[in-house]
Design a protein around this ligand. Structure first.
Ligand SMILES: *Cc1c(COP(=O)(O)O)cnc(C)c1O
Length: 832
């Protein structure tokens, strides 16, 4: 349809100009809504909320389509450089509210529905989250595409259309239970368009043969492979009120028709259907492991499928206008790799250029290494991906050969840099001592840019993990501190604060320029403003209290501190430290040490990878503590502990506007950046945190007075390795002794003896890499400061305002501007 590029642009422009714009006023929207409800869905008012959501989504979709088409025309009329964001995950969440905001339709739509006697708030609750990601990395990709569209940058997202996204978490008897997430519902996801005309064939298996061609060049043929069809589904990504609509292209796996027919004709009907199913399994489900690698064959297939389909798509687009002349390819195209998951792109682009477009190796390598840019997301060794040569040889024989050749040439470079150093060859080889391919090394060797995601993280990469590469190529290394989009994470999810900010600043410019929030600081001391700020937080806390009552069945008071830790459950994030603090507070209340007490609600949420036993036990521990605490009349409102099930984007939209305290308590040097920390800050929560990831920059922005700091520094953690003795902290600290004794006594698991033995053993072990007990005392001390600070409402509100006012640099608008200025160098478009 309109995505075809060979259409004459002038003609396209005329036909667009002929069509009148769709009405965006209340009456026009009302009519459009009723049209879809009655004519498309065959329902009358009031119908049920699911039909109302469908009708409303179609109304919005029509308006997106107009701008989508215009954006494509603009890009095609001005062929400039484009960037492609390759990511195995896009954690989009719901789209309706965000699309309405960015199209400027939120107010008229609410009025129109109001007129029809319908409540917008009830309708939007019907939308199922698109949970095509695990956590921070996938949500970052979603914030990035939002900011790129808002900045008018020609950036396209490429990902996979998993039928089942992140599992749905239920809590039964305190245990996590996983249920499949069939987010596509009954097959009408209104925010996607299938584009079969851009389908691609992906090869797997078989073997390679080489022969000399007529001109004496060595040619490699990949033969005997199995084919899988990659069909794109495009999701529109609107910018904020700028008429730009970029695309997120998600690939869906199918069996190719040709294959089906031949199999059917051979009389193997049953086998053919079974194999068709097998092909579709490729994009059936998202792997639910966050920050841990996993060597499953299907996962490698998914990675190559994403990379091959996306690169073929870009190369085909290139050939449509430039034929086989790749001279300027790197001037017009750049690929950003979201972690090592898509790092096979390095080998695949080489394969396409050398095997399919017959470029000499050196020219192809020069193009590849000017086109690829790699973002690292972790320092955890267990998260660094490796794939066995064996598996690759079976699944991807040709890409493996190419990786071997890349390595051969690279190791010559290493030998020149460090003559006679066999150790360097061994340490830097793309293949480790067990014949595993080190995907991060492949990404670094093949890219012109390597970035970390927060200042500290980027420094640690250069000093540690990638030091040898840094010495080889210092110019490749750079930092791009993460952000979050203030459209979703402030304007849309916190309407109360949005209106106060806009009224105070006199305009909504902050929605596209978050640094403007700085002007809010002038309001510190303005009693009316401070009261309004406080009232909004209290209303947001009530909204969260209602959610907690509904989902957890616990009543919490909004007068208490809302102390929140929501994120994936992982030992490095140290939910366990928070749980030990909960036990400490419980114990203090039971001991009667409640002078100057501040009531507190400790709120947890997050999913554990289904195979991560320790993380699942930590969830169970939190729930057992909650059970004991919440049902003890002696504890009452002094302390409540709640675990909110099925933490996801749409729950975070209720949680982050309601938090007083943001828990960012990872072991220093382990959290690459964090982005939850930024959402909380923007919404006026105060961080209690270690100097880890972007916490460092958050604290620099707000100043030490507006941040509760505790814990070992990254270099102190490093220095303690090998001489860490958890028992010595217990011996020196009666409170810690009391907490550990209470836990060991089985007080929280009276009917489940031994349940928490592994958890206890983990923090008691001298090799505990997370050093939980080392930070216990300073964490408790910081929490006492929190409790005292919260008593002074005015001082607390001031801290809250300052946190929000200084959150400007944590917008992904800033992050994307830096990617563009320093890595991509794209020219923004103007669509209107
Ligand atoms: C922001 C976000 C994350 C990332 O949280 P961190 O605290 O940075 O780990 C994970 N999941 C969801 C649903 C989010 O919205």
């Amino acid at each position: 349809m309109f995505t075809k590029t060979n259409k004459a642009p002038v003609k396209a422009k005329k036909s667009a100009a002929k069509k009148p714009a769709l009405p965006n006023d209340k009456t026009g929207l009302e009519q459009a809504f009723l049209h879809y409800l009655e004519n498309n869905l065959g329902r009358d008012l009031p119908s049920n909320p699911e039909y109302q959501l469908s009708a409303l989504a179609y109304v919005v979709r029509d308006r997106l389509m107009q701008n989508w088409k215009k954006t494509w025309q603009t890009y095609n009329e001005n062929p400039t450089k484009r960037a492609y964001y390759l990511s195995m995950e896009f954690l989009m969440g719901r789209s309706l509210r965000n699309n309405l905001l960015n199209l400027g339709l939120d107010h008229p739509v609410k009025e129109a529905l109001d007129d029809l006697g319908l409540a917008y708030e009830e309708i939007e609750q019907q939308e199922i989250d698109a949970g095509l990601g695990n956590g921070g990395l996938g949500r970052l990709a979603a914030c990035f595409v939002d900011s790129c569209a808002t900045l008018g940058l020609p950036v396209m997202g490429y990902g996979l259309r998993y039928e089942y996204g992140m599992f749905r978490q239920m809590i039964e008897q305190g245990f996590q239970i996983e249920a499949p997430d069939h987010w596509l519902g009954h097959g009408d996801y209104p925010w996607e368009s299938q584009r079969r005309e851009y389908a691609r064939i992906i090869k797997f298996g078989g073997c390679c043969h080489s022969h000399e061609d007529s001109s004496g060049h060595l040619k490699v043929h990949w033969e005997g492979y199995e084919e899988i069809l990659a069909v794109p589904f495009d999701v529109p990504v609107p910018g904020y009120k700028n008429q730009v609509v970029n695309s997120l292209r998600l690939w869906h796996a199918e069996a190719p028709d040709a294959f089906k027919l031949s199999a059917f004709n051979a009389g193997s009907y049953f086998e053919a259907v079974a194999e068709k199913q097998a092909a579709e399994n490729l994009t059936m489900v998202l792997y639910p492991n966050d920050s841990s690698e996993n060597g499953k064959e299907l996962r490698l297939r998914q990675q190559y499928f994403l990379v091959s389909a996306s690169l073929q798509d870009v190369v085909a687009q290139w050939c449509r206008t430039k034929g086989h002349d790749f001279t300027d390819f790197a001037k017009f195209n750049v690929f950003q790799l979201n972690d090592t998951h898509p790092s096979l792109a390095v080998a695949e682009l080489m394969r396409l250029l050398v095997d399919e477009h017959h470029l000499p190796w050196d020219q192809a390598w020069s193009i590849t290494t000017q086109t690829m840019a790699y973002t690292n997301h972790t320092l955890l060794p267990e998260a660094l991906e490796k794939w066995s040569r064996h598996l690759m040889a079976r699944l991807l024989p040709r890409p493996l050969q190419i990786i071997e050749e890349i390595n051969r040439r690279f190791l010559i470079e290493v030998a020149c840099k460090w003559p006679g150093r066999a150790d360097k060859i061994r340490e830097l080889s793309l293949f480790d001592e067990h014949g595993m391919v080190r995907m991060a090394y492949l990404a670094i060797v093949g890219s012109f840019s390597v970035n970390g995601v927060a200042a500290l993280h980027s420094e640690l990469l250069k000093e540690g993990l990638f030091n040898d590469f840094y010495q080889l190529w210092p110019h490749k290394f750079n930092n791009k501190t993460n952000g979050v989009t203030q459209r979703r994470w402030l304007a849309a999810c916190n309407p109360g604060l949005r209106h106060l900010i806009t009224d105070t600043l006199g305009n909504e410019d902050w929605i596209t320029d978050l640094s403007r929030l700085a002007a809010l600081e002038k309001q510190v001391g303005n009693k009316a403003f401070e009261q309004a700020w406080f009232d909004i937080k209290q209303a947001n806390k009530q909204r969260l209290a209602d959610l907690i009552a509904r989902e957890v069945g616990v009543q919490v008071s909004t007068d208490a501190i809302f102390d929140v830790q929501v994120k994936r459950i992982h030992e490095y994030k140290r939910q366990l430290l928070n749980a030990l603090h909960a036990i400490h507070l419980y114990r203090q209340i039971k001991l009667g040490n409640t002078a100057n007490w501040t009531n507190r609600v400790i709120i947890f949420g997050g999913k554990a990878a289904p195979g991560y036993a320790m993380a699942k036990t930590i969830i169970k521990l939190i729930n057992n503590i909650a059970m004991m605490v919440n049902n003890d009349p002696e504890i009452g409102d002094k302390l409540k502990v709640v675990f909110i099930p099925n933490y996801r984007v749409s729950t975070m939209e209720v949680i982050c506007p309601a938090a007083d305290v943001s828990e960012q308590i990872s072991t220093a040097g382990k959290e690459a950046s964090g982005t939850g920390n930024m959402k909380f800050m923007m919404n006026g929560a105060i961080t209690i945190g270690t100097l880890d990831g972007a916490n460092v920059e958050i604290r620099e922005s707000v100043g030490d007075d507006n941040f509760f700091l505790f814990g070992l520094r990254a270099h102190e953690v490093q220095a303690k390795l090998g001489e860490y003795y958890p028992q010595s902290y217990i011996d020196a600290d009666a409170d810690l002794q009391g907490v550990v004794d209470l836990l060991r006594s089985g007080h929280f698991n009276p009917l489940e003896p031994g349940l928490f033995d592994d958890v206890i053993a983990s923090f008691m072990a001298p090799h505990d890499p997370w050093m939980t007990l080392a930070d216990f005392r300073s964490y408790v001390a910081a929490q006492e400061q929190v409790a005292q600070a919260y008593k002074n409402q005015q001082a607390w509100v001031k801290m809250s305002i300052v946190n929000s006012a200084r959150s400007g640099m944590f917008s992904t608008d800033r992050t994307m501007q830096q990617y563009n200025d320093e890595i991509w160098h794209l020219t923004p478009v103007n669509v209107s």
